[in-house]
Unconditional design. Structure first.
Length: 402
């Protein structure tokens, strides 16, 4: 008589796996929690990296990639002017394609500043003073709380006017221009015509007294040890080209006197930031997945030990070892898949919530969402492989004795 070997249909396998999971729902929920966190971290990491990448790119394009600094190269030639920047530097700069605005500036050394004269020998506070040309305001885009900035007329006339940073205005006790306040740099009075409280570039202006470069000789503040510099704002994508052309445009007779410093390539810097951030956070997601896999393996192994009697009974009525292994492997795979689905939802919610709080545009990675359930399934299968092997090795007679 030939005995047909027993078979386990897919339908019966699924039913047995669901019965095993639903037999202890609390434990099953806690078992797949590690996979939920791991897959959720994986989806959230890729989504947040893509979302942050868009913000990094836009900020680089808006500011860092549109700024050029021109400095004195330190070339000494008695036949050339003492300052590397010509008097008509701003008009020459305006003829360079891609330039939005720019101006020359230098710090005034040893300038004591006070808001009111108290005798000829009165000492002023050590407040930074910057001599600038009017075009600098076009480059930094200031926001004024009162008054205005000075212009080309003040520059050419050497007018003794000043613009104060908001912090310096508070320090000097100047909150309004209604009384036509003045500040004294040394013993020379300067009428305050504006107060600035925000700039897009060169934040040092907010803690300085700003005067026209044309009036600097009145206080003996012509460029000396502190060499003048030029700050240029450019259109997006034009910074490197402008940096290459500016020295020749400003000093065609001696372009070597000037050095133009262009910003680094924002795309390369953005890619580096994205890569570093992505690797770090993906490592964190990997750790969460390992923890989830260990949790599933531990719980499945405990379930095998608890159900030795059940395994022995099933083996005694004809179930083969491969059937027992398939049942426990199906249970762990189901737990991993459920963890992957819930983790995917958690990751998407995290990306959307974070972007909403920061005011960003959320970007979800379709590939990560598609792979999330498969990652959970793979985690469950790998975690359940050893417990399933242990269950398949249990002998029916030995199991029934327990």
């Amino acid at each position: 008589m030939i005995v047909e070997p027993t078979r386990l249909s897919v339908r019966d396998l699924i039913a047995e796996a669901l019965a095993g999971i639903l037999q202890r729902p609390g434990r099953s929920l806690l078992t797949c929690l590690g996979t939920v966190l791991g897959v959720g971290a994986f989806v959230a990491v890729l989504g947040l990296t893509a979302t942050a990448s868009g913000q990094i790119g836009s900020r680089f394009d808006a500011l860092a990639a549109t700024e050029v600094t021109v400095e004195d190269a330190g070339v000494q030639d008695p036949s050339l002017a003492s300052t590397p920047f010509p008097d008509d530097a701003e008009s020459r700069l305006a003829r360079v394609h891609g330039v939005v605005g720019g101006g020359v500036w230098w710090p005034v050394p040893g300038a004591g500043v006070r808001a009111a004269p108290v005798g000829a020998a009165a000492a002023g506070q050590p407040i930074p003073v910057l001599a600038v040309t009017p075009g600098l305001f076009t480059a930094v885009t200031p926001r004024m709380t009162a008054g205005r900035t000075f212009d080309a007329y003040h520059q050419q006339a050497g007018a003794r006017v000043a613009v104060l940073g908001a912090g310096i205005a508070r320090q000097l006790g100047i909150g309004s221009l209604a009384a036509r306040p003045a500040v004294f740099i040394g013993d020379v009075p300067y009428s305050v015509i504006g107060i600035v409280d925000a700039v897009e570039r060169m934040p040092a202006l907010l803690v300085s007294v700003i005067i026209p470069a044309g009036s600097a000789p009145a206080i003996g503040a012509e460029p000396g040890e502190e060499r003048p510099r030029m700050l240029i704002a450019t259109e997006a994508g034009a910074a490197r080209q402008v940096a290459a052309e500016v020295p020749l445009a400003l000093r065609p007779d001696a372009p070597d006197m000037l050095t133009a410093v262009a910003p680094p390539d924002p795309r390369a810097l953005r890619d580096q930031v994205d890569g570093d951030l992505g690797v770090l956070l993906l490592m964190l997601a990997g750790v969460c997945l390992v923890i989830g896999a260990v949790g599933i393996a531990n719980t499945t192994l405990v379930a095998v030990l608890e159900r030795v009697g059940e395994i022995g009974l099933r083996r005694s009525v004809g179930a083969r070892g491969v059937h027992i292994a398939a049942q426990f492997l199906a249970e762990s795979a189901a737990l991993g898949t459920l963890g992957g689905l819930f983790g995917c939802s958690l990751g998407v919610v995290t990306v959307v919530a974070t972007a909403g709080v920061r005011g960003w545009t959320p970007i979800a990675e379709p590939l990560a969402i598609a792979l999330a359930p498969l990652i959970g399934l793979a985690t469950g299968v790998l975690a359940g492989a050893y417990p399933a092997y242990r269950a398949a090795r249990i002998e029916p007679v030995e199991a029934l004795r327990r």
